[in-house]
Write a protein that binds this ligand. Structure first.
Ligand code: ZN
Length: 362
């Protein structure tokens, strides 16, 4: 299983094919692109291409099956060093980069550090490869030490940093790395991966999930684990049956967001999720009202058509609902009380609907 497992990043594969065929591989790369689109998988595939025992690296076409290829995927290859966030902390500790120790789950973990590992002589392969996942979260000390390594890279070694945006990286890092940009996947590509990885069985569900995950398999997986597809369907159903259901909408939204065990940022993520659904529904309504073609998945399209059937307002009223929802998202970020915030949001939407949008129920 070679590169064909990688979906949607053909230009990037071609770029590495050319540089490896010409024997011109750089020593440091910065992969930039949204979370969950396969940058880490790509970095491992590239490492397979460098380590494969069957096909020489000039071919840049790993077999995917030899012991080295398998070890790269299983993260057990002695010449691949992988750095990731410390579980539950959202950070990469300095010790992981420069060496040292810290406690994880009451156990003292000792690290030699990525800067040390990359300087070791390779054991099985011809090169050492270090991949640093979530490089956006590197702290100043770690970055300063990485810079020293990048100034004099050990011969043959390859360092790959994975980040989401150039704005999160220091100019000094960017200037010492070859930047490779990755784009979000198409919904059909996310759908294909969700089905291949058996995250979902139904092609329809997979496409629906793909459409709301903004081209990110990681986000789709997260939404699926939280059963968010169901939440979205229920919310769209409520929206398409308004304004009779404002009370139920308030209950539903508050019930989903104002959960005791959720941390503050998790509540915000939920508001963000709900707001994006409400916005996309009103956006479809605007498209209908202005005679444009609809762009959403079937569930969204059906809900907005149903909404349009009872809508008597104009485009401005629909846009006002979008504005009010954007405002809620903004206030949620500013640490507002969640229950009050959601209540006011639904009240205001109801007011806008009743004064300018829907027929008043009799
Ligand atoms: Zn191989």
């Amino acid at each position: 299983m070679g590169w064909h497992e990688v979906l949607g990043h053909d230009a990037q594969i071609e770029r590495f094919r050319r540089s490896l065929a010409g024997g011109r591989l750089a020593s440091a790369f910065l992969f930039i692109g949204p979370d969950g689109i396969g940058k880490q998988f790509f970095a491992r595939k590239l490492t397979q291409a460098l380590f494969c025992e069957v096909r020489p690296e000039q071919e840049c076409d790993p077999c995917g099956e030899c012991p080295s290829c398998q070890q790269v995927m299983a993260d057990t290859h002695p010449d691949l060093h992988f750095v990731d966030l410390v579980p539950g902390t959202g950070e990469i500790r300095t010790a992981q980069i420069v060496g040292g120790s810290f406690t994880i789950d009451k156990r003292e973990e000792v690290f030699r550090g990525a800067c040390y590992e990359i300087n070791l002589k390779p054991i099985v392969a011809k090169r050492k490869v270090v991949i640093i996942n979530q490089a956006d979260s590197l702290n100043a000390t770690s970055t300063a030490n990485l810079l020293k390594t990048l100034e004099e890279p050990p011969p043959g070694a390859v360092l790959i940093l994975l980040g989401t945006s150039l704005s999160q990286q220091l100019d000094t890092i960017i200037s010492r790395c070859q930047v490779v940009s990755f784009q979000s996947l198409l919904p059909e590509q996310v759908q294909q991966i969700l089905l291949q990885q058996r995250i979902l069985e139904s092609a329809g569900d997979a496409l629906e999930l793909a459409m709301i995950a903004n081209g990110s398999v990681g986000l789709a997986r997260k939404y699926n684990e939280g059963n968010l597809l169901e939440v979205r369907r229920e919310l769209l159903d409520l929206l398409s049956n308004l304004p009779e259901q404002t009370e139920r909408l308030d209950e539903f939204l508050s019930g989903f967001v104002d959960v005791k065990k959720l941390a503050r940022n998790e509540k915000y993520d939920r508001i963000e999720f709900l707001a994006s659904i409400v916005i996309s529904c009103f956006h479809q309504l605007v498209l209908i009202l202005t005679g444009q073609e609809l762009t959403g998945d079937q569930v969204l399209v059906q809900a907005s058509r149903k909404m349009a059937d009872v809508w008597e307002g104009d485009v401005e009223t629909a846009l006002a609902c979008i504005d009010r929802t954007l405002e809620t998202r903004f206030h949620a970020l500013a640490n507002a009380n969640v229950k009050t915030l959601v209540g006011a949001w639904v009240d205001d939407l109801g007011q806008i609907w009743l004064t300018g949008g829907f027929k008043v129920p009799t």
